[in-house]
Design a protein around this ligand. Structure first.
Ligand SMILES: C[S@@+](CC[C@H](N)C(=O)[O-])C[C@H]1O[C@@H](n2cnc3c(N)ncnc32)[C@H](O)[C@@H]1O
Length: 230
């Protein structure tokens, strides 16, 4: 893809589409989430029996609500104030507006035993900021769970190489406008990114879509092996 986008365009797009997004999640309009990926991330998180979670790019807060209902403390951050306001109104958990770019300087006054990014690592540098901040946000031995588009399944007809791609709201209601661009990474690039920040891969899950049999996502289950010295 030749066209170069920027990370700030992603935030702008989410600001514009916050209303339709709140409606779509509330009405259960995303089939793959209902059939596969919601359960996949919840199972992966609960598997580690966390007590204090940071939900990074929490959106309107559905995952924080699910996990809070199980007695887990959840702090959610997102760049879009309208999504944070929604999360504060109706969900369990604590929420604050904060961008990934400001994550490492945000005063949480604590570390977390689990970080989650559920389909929220979309950009180029912004994603790198989150991965780089993870070591300082996690308790020693903590876990970082990232659910994202599966690099092979989501590659489509374009070459299997890193780069910006045009977004699309195909399959969503006509209320959505201006899709967010996204930065495609190969599986190898994701792994190198984790390794550069001292994150080790515990497991990689590839939940399959029951109708197509193709991976609906990939979940990287990481731990901060070097955190004790950070
Ligand atoms: C696809 S939504 C996922 C929301 C939520 N995690 C979920 O599972 O429904 C992506 C989210 O990432 C947030 N986001 C994208 N780039 C961001 C950035 N640089 N800083 C903070 N939030 C960002 C958007 O505002 C949006 O809420």
């Amino acid at each position: 893809m030749d066209k170069k986008y920027t990370d700030s365009e992603i935030i702008e797009a989410w600001q514009i589409n916050a209303g339709p997004w709140i409606k779509a999640i509330g009405a259960g309009e995303i089939e793959s989430r209902l059939l596969v990926t919601n359960k996949a991330i919840i199972d992966a998180v609960l598997n580690g029996k966390p007590r204090n979670i940071l939900d990074i790019g929490c959106g309107e807060g559905w995952l924080a609500a699910e996990l809070s209902a199980k007695g887990i403390n959840v702090f959610g951050i997102d760049a879009v104030p309208a999504l944070i306001e929604r999360a504060q109104q109706i969900k369990g958990g604590t929420f604050a507006a904060c961008t990934y770019e400001n994550l490492s300087s945000y005063e949480f006054n604590r570390r977390f035993d689990c970080l989650i990014c559920n389909f929220s690592l979309i950009g180029e540098k912004s994603t790198e900021s989150v991965i780089a901040a993870a070591g300082k946000l996690l308790e020693p031995g903590g876990r970082f769970l990232i659910q994202t588009l599966h690099p092979v399944a989501a590659c489509g007809a374009l070459p299997y190489q890193d780069g910006w791609r045009e977004g699309s709201w195909a399959g969503f209601s006509k209320d959505f406008t201006r899709p967010a661009p996204w930065y495609f990474r190969t599986q190898e690039t994701w792994k190198n990114l984790f390794s550069r920040s001292g994150l080790e891969i515990n497991a990689i899950h590839e939940p399959a879509h029951p109708r197509t049999g193709n991976p609906a996502s990939v979940i990287f289950d990481l731990s901060n092996a070097k955190s004790a010295s950070q």
